[in-house]
Design a protein around this ligand. Structure first.
Ligand code: BJW
Length: 267
């Protein structure tokens, strides 16, 4: 394998040392990790990835309780389109490499946690087990009146917004966390504990601007973790990373896994 991504040896060395000591590895992922599965990111929707219907819409203006209250049909049409896209997408080599890294860490007695901001379920489908969904799941929907959950079938909704099967006056909404809503408390506590306890923290494919998720990197760094960023572009988080890998995660993560494994075998 021959990528010449600068800094990859430094990152592999930090990971191998942490794994050899059986110390934990914690990972924060964002939309960029699923970009190579064909899913749109939030802050850089390109003509290639956005369906014609949704070009010109600002995703950030649809991901709020206010947008849903004002126009539930428009918001649920967008989320249904994305839900079907997530179901049709496949995990990419970046997701698979993270599942492989988990096996390596856990096999040596360490703790491995992925705190993901993504709602697409692709880490789980790649085989990752220690996944914390900070912003919920687009595959699960809930009644706005009763709070009861439903997993809709993998076909488009028949009417918009879909009515709730649990309450005559309820609507279904995606079980995701919109701006101004609280993250699931226990999930956030567990993610913060993992960040504070780990030896290496990876922040992958996120612009690092949405809190409290973005604060996990700072928790990890304050507690002494080696912090590694994987992102083709610099972000506000870059200054807090000890090592930056400026490449797509689907390219660099398999190589990082390979080099880390080789170091452990050689040791
Ligand atoms: C690649 C790549 C490749 C491309 N490989 N990389 C502290 C300070 C300031 C504000 C706040 C604060 N605390 C709370 C707030 C308010 C707010 C917030 O953070 N606002 C900021 C924007 C200023 N936070 C909240 O409201 C949160 N709730 C909360 O804090 O509750 C308490 C509270 C309530 C009221 C007031 C105050 C406090 C909730 C946040 C929920 C975010 N929800 C969304 C939608 C989820 C559902 C859905 O999917 O539709 O989550 S918004 C959206 O942003 C989504 C994402 O998970 C999240 C982060 O985006 P992400 O993943 O980073 O994607 P992008 O597109 O931004 O970046 C992609 C990156 O990938 C780029 O860097 C590319 O370069 C890179 N990339 N290809 C690797 N191949």
């Amino acid at each position: 394998m021959g990528s010449s991504t600068p800094n990859i040896e430094a990152a592999a060395g930090a990971l191998a040392r942490a794994i050899a000591r059986a110390s934990g590895v914690a990972v924060l992922t964002g939309a960029g990790v699923s970009a190579e599965s064909g899913l749109c990111t939030f802050r850089e929707n390109s003509v290639d990835t956005m369906d014609a219907l949704w070009r010109g819409f600002d995703p950030m203006s649809l991901a709020t309780p206010e947008a849903f209250a004002q126009d539930p049909e428009r918001v649920t049409r967008w989320y249904d389109w994305r839900r079907l896209g997530c179901l049709a997408a496949e995990p990419n080599p970046g997701h698979l490499a993270l599942a492989g890294l988990e096996a390596l860490v856990v096999g040596r007695g360490g703790r491995f946690t992925i705190a993901t901001q993504n709602v697409d379920g692709l880490h789980q489908r790649a085989g990752s087990r220690g996944v914390l969904e900070l912003h919920g799941s687009i595959l699960s929907w809930r009644c706005t009146r009763t709070g009861r959950h439903v997993t809709p079938p993998p076909t488009p909704f028949e009417r918009f917004p879909p009515g709730s099967p649990h309450h005559p006056e309820g609507l279904l909404r995606p079980d995701v966390v919109w701006f101004g809503e609280m993250l699931p408390e226990l999930v956030l506590v567990e993610a913060d504990e993992a960040a504070r306890a780990c030896g290496v923290f990876l922040t992958i494919g996120t612009s690092g601007v949405v809190y409290p998720a973005a604060g996990l990197l700072h928790s990890a760094r304050r507690c002494g973790a080696v912090c590694i960023e994987v992102n083709p572009d610099a972000t506000p988080a870059s200054g807090s990373a000890h090592v930056s890998l400026r490449a797509p995660s689907g390219v660099v993560l398999p190589e990082l896994l390979e080099r880390t494994t080789a170091r452990l075998v050689d040791a």
